[in-house]
Design a protein around this ligand. Structure first.
Ligand SMILES: NC(=O)c1ccc[n+]([C@@H]2O[C@H](COP(=O)([O-])OP(=O)(O)OC[C@H]3O[C@@H](n4cnc5c(N)ncnc54)[C@H](OP(=O)(O)O)[C@@H]3O)[C@@H](O)[C@H]2O)c1
Length: 280
């Protein structure tokens, strides 16, 4: 048995690789360049280039489980992911674990149609519907925090349970290894609800300087997502709509759902461990 980790150099993929490696499972990581961090074995793979789809199986014919982080930046992953799923099934893959998102149900945008397709073909699967990552504060928000002392959102006073990629990787590991496949989706959340005002107050306390939550209009947010993050207008509007739903209690409802896995890492610990990232 070998577990293929797509997005192997990414936030959740690399954490998952460390967990599975430590537990002694054979793994293979994909990356578009074919280069992955030591001590892992990597293979060149690009969702946008189907000629790379056989590469993992040429390197290791024992792959039977796949962690799927689909192509980033697409409104619908299915056209690129489906041909790989179909091939992987013919090569002996028995289970797929897909990174999805809390606001996106089966059949929805981004990974939603991949979820629907896996259910349709009757293969074992799990979809990890992770909420907003804590790591967004160390990636997409890092410059605005360092340079402008602010975090922008359209979430107003809405609250959500930011989750750490460590906890997502743990859920992915369980979904890949559990004897009985989940064959459903589960929310993957952090342990506490925060509004962005509360996040800004916590980060202010940890950093010892004032960080504020800037309440963006949807037009301001669209400008940021399309210019800084270079999303297409269509995808940016989808992301903004999901973030705006936080203001209407969408993520509190998710937190109150029974279908959830609650991670261990607290936002305070994440901020305290990484405080040098926001130093000025
Ligand atoms: N950020 C959040 O709050 C959040 C919340 C819920 C869900 N998500 C989901 O998390 C997923 C990951 O997002 P992320 O921004 O955190 O990315 P990431 O996992 O840090 O990086 C994406 C990975 O995908 C690989 N990749 C990118 N384009 C590829 C392509 N065309 N073919 C093959 N591999 C490709 C990259 O590797 P190489 O460059 O080495 O190829 C990289 O390892 C997204 O699907 C997003 O919807 C994010």
């Amino acid at each position: 048995m070998t577990i293929l980790i797509t997005g192997g150099t990414g936030k959740t993929g690399l954490k998952l690789a460390h967990l599975l490696n430590k537990a002694g499972y054979p793994i293979l990581l994909t990356s578009r360049k074919g280069e992955v961090p030591h001590p892992f074995k990597g293979v060149k793979f690009d969702w946008l280039d189907p000629s790379t789809f056989t590469n993992p199986f040429d390197v290791d014919a024992a792959i039977d489980r796949v962690y799927v982080v689909g192509p980033v930046g697409l409104l619908d992953m299915l056209p690129h992911v489906k041909p790989f799923i179909d091939l992987a099934v013919t090569k002996g893959v028995k289970r797929f674990v897909v990174l999805g998102a809390s606001p996106i149900p089966k059949g929805g945008p981004v990974a939603g149609k991949v979820h629907e397709y896996l259910e349709e073909i009757g293969v074992d699967y799990a979809v990890l519907r992770a909420t907003w990552f804590m790591e967004n504060f160390s990636t997409s928000f890092v410059t605005s925090i360092r340079v402008h002392n602010e975090i922008g959102s359209v979430a107003k006073d809405g609250r959500l349970a930011f989750v750490s990629v460590d906890d997502i990787a743990k859920a992915a590991s369980d979904a890949l290894l559990d004897e009985k496949s989940w064959n459903t989706d589960r929310y993957i959340l952090g342990p506490e609800l925060f509004s962005y005002d509360e996040v800004a107050a916590l980060l202010s306390e940890v950093l010892g300087r004032k960080i504020t939550h800037r309440r963006l209009t949807e037009d301001e947010s669209l400008f940021i997502w399309t210019s800084d993050a270079r999303l297409t207008v269509e995808l940016a509007k989808t992301v903004i709509k999901m973030e705006a739903e936080i203001a209407n209690g969408a993520e509190v409802a998710v937190f109150e759902s029974d279908n959830k896995i609650v991670g261990k890492k607290h936002l305070r610990e994440f901020f305290e461990t990484n405080r040098e990232l926001w130093a000025i």
